[in-house]
Unconditional design. Structure first.
Length: 148
């Protein structure tokens, strides 16, 4: 039993599953992010993902990532310095700056995705056939949870 589980006899019968699933998902995501770092840190990848998804201002990214605009501005400055992101004046509003990923930024994102896929594939190779089948069966429910 996980040390983080809800106590037995809890009023919520799914409390144990809820806690264990939450912790397992967090640990997998954290390890995947941190153990598959190629050239940029996880927080920099998060900003690149936001820009790739269409966010083109520090404010949009800060809102999406739930961090301060100052934090995002520092991260963006680092990405610009590394040649992974460009800044350009917004044509409609001169006070704004638009962000875009450079070709090198796209390469870094591809490398990062490949490293994360390899990270997971290596772990899946160490599971039994039965464990893999359980994961395959659980996948639709996990995807549903992720979208609720």
């Amino acid at each position: 039993m996980s040390p983080h589980r809800a106590p037995r006899g809890s009023s919520n019968p799914s409390a144990h599953l809820s806690t264990d699933l939450r912790i397992a998902c967090l640990r997998i995501a954290r390890r995947n992010r941190h153990e598959s770092v190629i050239r940029v840190a996880p927080h920099q990848v998060a900003v690149l993902v936001c820009i790739e998804a269409g966010a083109n201002s520090a404010r949009e990214i800060a809102e999406s990532e739930k961090v301060s605009a100052a934090t995002i501005s520092r991260t963006i400055a680092g990405l610009v310095e590394m040649g992974l992101v460009t800044r350009s004046p917004n044509e409609a509003d001169g006070r704004r700056v638009d962000l875009a990923i450079t070709d090198e930024g796209c390469r870094v994102m591809q490398e990062t995705r490949e490293a994360r896929e390899e990270w997971m594939a290596w772990r899946l190779k160490h599971l039994t056939e039965e464990e893999l089948q359980h994961l395959e069966i659980a996948l639709p429910a996990l995807e549903k949870i992720a979208t609720l």
